[in-house]
Design a protein around this ligand. Sequence first.
Ligand code: ADP
Length: 704
Amino acid sequence: MLVNPSLILGLIHNIALLLATSLLFDFFWTQQEGEQQFWNKIFTGIFMGVIGVVLMLTPWVLVPGLVFDTRSILLGISGLFFGPVPTFIAILITGVYRLFLGGDGQWMGLAVIISSGTIGLLWRRFRPGWNQKRRIAELYVLGLVIHVAMLVCTLLLPVGSVEYTVRTIALPVLIIYPLGTLLLGLLMFSRSHHWKIKRELFQSEEKFRQMFENSEAVMMLVDPESGRLVEANHAAARFYGYSIEELTRKNVQEINTLSPDEAIEVRRKALSSESTCFVIQHQLANREIRTVEIHSSPITFQGQTVLFSIIHDISERKLAEDALIEAKEKAEESDKLKSAFLATMSHELRTPLNAIIGFSSVMEEENDPVEMKQYAGIINSSGNHLLSIIESIFDVALLQSGEYKVNKTQFSVEDFFQPLIDYANVEKIKRNKDHLDVIAIFPHGIKPPIIHSDRGKLMQLMTNLLNNAIKYTKQGRIEFGFSVHDRDITFYVSDTGIGIPASIVDIIFDQFRQGDENHTRVHDGVGLGLAICKEIACLLNGKIWLETSENEGSTFHCTLYDVLVEENHPEQSVSGLLNPINLTGKTILVVDDMEENIYLLKKFLHSTRATLLDANSGESAIRQIMENPGIDLVYMDIKMPGMDGYEAIHELLKIRPGLDIIAQTAHAVKGVKEKIKEAGCIGYISKPIKREEIYRGLADLFGS
Ligand code: ADP
């Protein structure tokens, strides 16, 4: 038999030992981090050397002193995989041990050790791509080369045993050893490949961990199944106000405000990447609710699929966004309102203007005094209507800017109601609604109280409410009255009119808002009445509200707080004084740059029988004062070209200190009243001038 079976068995046994030991090595190898470290190389070399020695301990003995084992495979593979340092150490250890064993084969054995390691190293150096494509062939050829060299090394045996040895071992060595090299090489390759992947994974996990822990962004890893918080970083701990340990004991369910079903759905979407961004609300440790934007996607971490979530606190951004949306909606709304407002205004202003312009032109051709009087009446009431619209606009502006000074007096509610009844009756007639019953109710058994408030403003509020009640009621009755509670009084005006739909109750107190904002609206008005009422109620330390039911009617209430007074000495109300005072012997100078204004004022003053002079400028007024020392009173227009009213007043008072001057002003805007007073005027009248106002002022001045 050409091949000795015990030789084959011995070699197989030795190869098995080699492979098993290499697994042991693999165990150590994979525990080490960083193949390149010097000490690691030393350790590897020693380990390989020790395996070599172990192999040599279980050899197949050809003749005493001539032994065969698989150290050639081990050293070749060591050269190929681990490079010079470990291989030299392994060569050294195994070489020394072989010399220690001695015998005929010691030089051959040493030569095999050196040649195997060197061939492995050369292979590594000159065929670096051996493991890329034809790995199996490369390893097999490497095995062949190493073991051909081994056969060559038999030349170092004593001359007589060379031939015998070569004949005995050549075939098994060339068949089994290359296969052993191939097997060990493949095993080492697969382990080192596995190790490389593991190391890369470890490094990438390490990088991830560092990024995760040191990031300023709030990050968490969530178990997609249970919702348990697997990991949380420092930023998360700072944000939520829990420690990392506390957080990792929690379930996301404990920090979000979603229902369990919603939370499961969010995790499902994130896991399937159906959606990766969610805006939800999270609760912090201090119970504060924050709006957060979560970017969540699945990753593999430590072999487990988790949801990697980055959490941004967008509460401020959300608030700003909401404010922007609200502002945009408001802008759109106000755009719509603007059109409605312009249409209303245009209609409301044109209607009286139409009457004024139309009837004044008709008057020019009219000779019949009765007709003339009727036209004059229409022009007057249209003018007053126009004035009331303009006054409303100024009123809201002044009330809202805090310009209005409250002028509180004590007055009796009973006295206060009488003019309201008169007003309502006149309005009824004006609106052709004589059939409406308007009733003032005094609560039973209560003496109408005395209150301390601004009578004029309260009157304006109540007349607005009464006006609306009459306007929006076709039939039925209108009732107004009051009730008392402690020191508070609540006035009310109720009607059986069209009522207000619940959907617009909230807006009707806003300026320019009306129940019907269509072009087809049937009622007049510019939508300022209730806005004025609300401002007045506020100004008088009160509130206004309503109860209403569509098609059944409305009741507006206005409570004034802390206005009831015990003492019963109301100030006398000044009744409308239409008869002018007799000023025979007095001289009045009217100063205005507009001729028609001079004409109108002189017309009103005519019936006082005073001597009337006029001037159309400041300069002309000064001349007249110097020429005419008998002037008792001056009506001075404030806004004039050239020398304005203030300058003229200043000059006049220099010439005639103590001269009575009443200013005429278009409207009492911010600071004008104070300025007029400072200039030295005894009072002012506002345009359009009202006859009653003039007469009342003159009575105050010259009354006694
Ligand atoms: P307007 O000039 O339109 O009357 P207001 O500010 O006085 O303006 O009232 C606002 C809106 O409130 C009205 O357009 C109307 O729709 C509603 N309203 C006010 N008072 C009443 C009332 N007594 N009955 C029904 N609707 C009313």
